[in-house]
Design a binder for this molecule. Sequence first.
Ligand code: NIG
Ligand code: FE
Length: 419
Amino acid sequence: MSEYLYIKNASQVITVSGSSNKPKVGREMSNIGVIENGSVLIKKDRIVLVGVNQAVEQYVNRLSEPVDVINAAGKVVTPGLIDPHTHIVFAGSREKELEMRLKGAKYIDILKAGGGILSTTAETRQASEQQLISETVPRLDRFLQYGVTTIEAKSGYGLTTMDEWKQLRVAKKLNEIHPIDLVSTFMGAHAVPNEYKENPDDFVQLIINEMLPLVAKEKLAEFCDVFCEEGVFTVEQSKIILVEGKRLGLLPKIHADEIVPFGGAELAAELGAVSADHLLRASEEGILEMAEKGVIAVLLPGTAFFLMAEPANARRMIEAGVAVALSTDRNPGSSPTESLPFIMNLACLTMKMTPEEVLAACTINAAHAINRAHEIGSIEVGKKADVILFDARNYQTLQYNYAVNLVDTVIKNGKVVVK
Ligand code: NIG
Ligand code: FE
């Protein structure tokens, strides 16, 4: 087998280049670097050349070594898609909640009554590491089929020190055994477990005194996230946890303003969080502060769709200069899907993001939201060879044909992993 992989004659190559240092904001989000009739050359796990067909062909012709060729005629080539917000490691399933919600029950009330996140927590606590691995691998396989080559993965269904540790160890193991790269986030503050219901501040203390030090010591996560929401964790509690996480080297992220306006976006700006996620009910001040402090908005229109809620105001955020990324929020309660392409369709159709903005949001901006933009998120010389071929002649078609899987080929680290 050759060290080189030559993807030639694509109808379009979408490079999303030029933004590895800073996420794309405002109008930059529409600048996605479209090369008509383009080719990409990969050597081992890296991109070594990208350009118009003739230029790449000339270079390839001068190589003395053999080259593997993929004919991409009639296809669109993009960077591997990146999902910067998932809760993928868990046991069990919650289809009964859908029926409850269809009959009028509210997501947050199901949680307050001890269901929701807490019912997945009960099942996840029971599960062995091996069982969690077996339940999660098929989800990762589906992500890959949809063109997703890197995901962020949160803990938060353990809610005891050892069960949070178990979830993070499973994510680490999955990163080693599966082609998808997983980037871990500690989210011990996902819900207050039943045993701390009467004294939630003691649970906050457990997180900062026991969980965070262990996670930091064993380097099991790069980020710390909190469900900052009415009836879950207050702004003050969230701040205590995120500040301590930051002190220990875990960068802050926040589940912010999902159900009611709660000051989550403002807190994200105050703490210089990497991202604030959800933001369905973010205030105008919160949006402006996020723009000023460079906090990325990770929007989750699939969650809004599945919870039958109004999605976030993406247009206002983009106009205000906030960098927007998109994600599935893959979890068993509010977003049971691995189809990032369908989330991209929803971003267009329910939040009026353009096809260009959507691609920037799922590539380079998503890479920034997990601190990986130096490695992935664009097709540029030196970056990891994570590349997708779609069965489409132009990138607009990816948003026009909705809820279908147009992925033709997935290349991860220079290797064809889906064909
Ligand atoms: O991002 N909002 C909080 N956490 C997840 C849902 C988790 C669950 O319901 O299991 C979310 O939507
Ligand atoms: Fe989430």
